[in-house]
Design a protein around this ligand. Structure first.
Ligand code: NAD
Ligand code: ZN
Length: 284
């Protein structure tokens, strides 16, 4: 099943465009699963976050509860396989839409985190940066009693643990947020935001340019685990098509690149990427 993909990638330099499907096998949910369903939640938009203190409380409360799932996540064989393909010279770099840092942790070197990283927090007022780990310490300190209550409390009447959501946050009952305290910037008291690109926000220009440079140096674009519903990633498919760079897709379910794909492989990234690496002689 992967033979046509192996043939396409052999003797060529590939740029990978990765998405949430790379990390589902590490326990981080995606947005749109194989049935193409969109989860019911709507992530906070940039404007809503900046304008409303109540929205920031909601964001940070959910993030405080859900963060451990992301910080505890480990790279899976898909991440390791991509790192091995890079080390062996087949992959020139990874453009990832993921914000979980797992490509770096697997050993990939050339990684552009298109939508930023959950690991960093930035002050919107003075630009000061702190790690998300430090933010978590501050969130937990400021909200000791609150976290005791909601971390172990059922998120719904069914008595389940709070359900993890894709952006490293968790579902909480409405009303849980009101008593939550959000720490301000340690320097200026300003608004702290995770250094990820929210919906309604643009990817920084130099970051997009760096992606185009990777694509310009590539002979193949390989999409791994992304529905490509979000335009900021999908644009590189259009760019590859314009440049007549062949496009390959490895995904569970449909993607917006399928109609452009020279090769489409349907399946789990954690199984197929290591097989691809092995077939090309890149040891994982
Ligand atoms: P998406 O959820 O829209 O699409 C994921 C795709 O991967 C789906 O087609 C799904 O069927 C497929 N998939 C799921 N598990 C797979 C597996 N094991 N192997 C192969 N394919 C699998 O994700 P997207 O296209 O990356 O867009 C989501 C947006 O949300 C991005 O912009 C991203 O910033 C953000 N996001 C990030 C994370 C993360 O950092 N891990 C998680 C969720 C969402
Ligand atoms: Zn500040």
């Amino acid at each position: 099943m992967i033979a046509p993909l192996v043939d396409l990638l052999r003797d060529r330099r590939t740029v990978v465009l990765a998405g949430a499907g790379c990390s589902t096998e590490s326990g981080i949910p995606d947005y749109r699963g194989p049935e193409g369903r969109l989860r019911t939640r709507t992530p906070v938009r940039y404007g809503e976050f900046v304008r409303s203190e109540a929205n920031r409380r909601r964001y940070w409360a959910r993030s405080a509860v859900g963060w451990r799932r992301v910080s505890d996540a480990r790279p899976n064989p898909a991440h390791h396989g991509l790192a091995a393909l890079e080390a062996a010279g087949f992959v020139g770099g990874v453009i990832t839409q993921n914000v979980d840092g797992l490509h770096h942790r697997a050993g990939s070197r050339v990684v552009i985190e298109l939508h930023g990283s959950l690991a960093d927090v930035v002050c919107l007022d003075c630009g000061d940066r702190i790690s998300r780990a430090e933010m978590q310490t501050r969130l937990e300190y400021e909200n000791r009693g609150w976290l005791e209550r909601y971390r172990h409390r059922p998120a719904d009447a069914g008595g389940r643990e709070p359900q993890a959501a894709p952006d490293g946050d968790a579902e909480l009952p409405e009303g849980a947020y009101e008593s939550f305290r959000v720490p301000g910037c340690r320097i200026c008291g300003g608004v702290l935001k995770p250094d990820v690109v929210f919906f309604g926000e643009n990817v920084p220009r130099d970051r997009v340019d760096a992606c185009w440079a990777l694509l310009d140096a590539a002979d193949v674009l390989l999409v791994v685990g992304s529905s490509l519903t979000v335009y900021s990633g999908r644009r590189f498919v259009y760019g590859a098509a314009e440049r007549r760079v062949p496009i390959a897709v490895l995904n569970l379910g449909e993607t917006r690149a399928d109609e452009y794909a020279a090769v489409k492989v349907e399946g789990k990234a954690g199984e197929l990427v290591p097989r691809l690496a092995e077939a090309l002689g890149a040891a994982c």
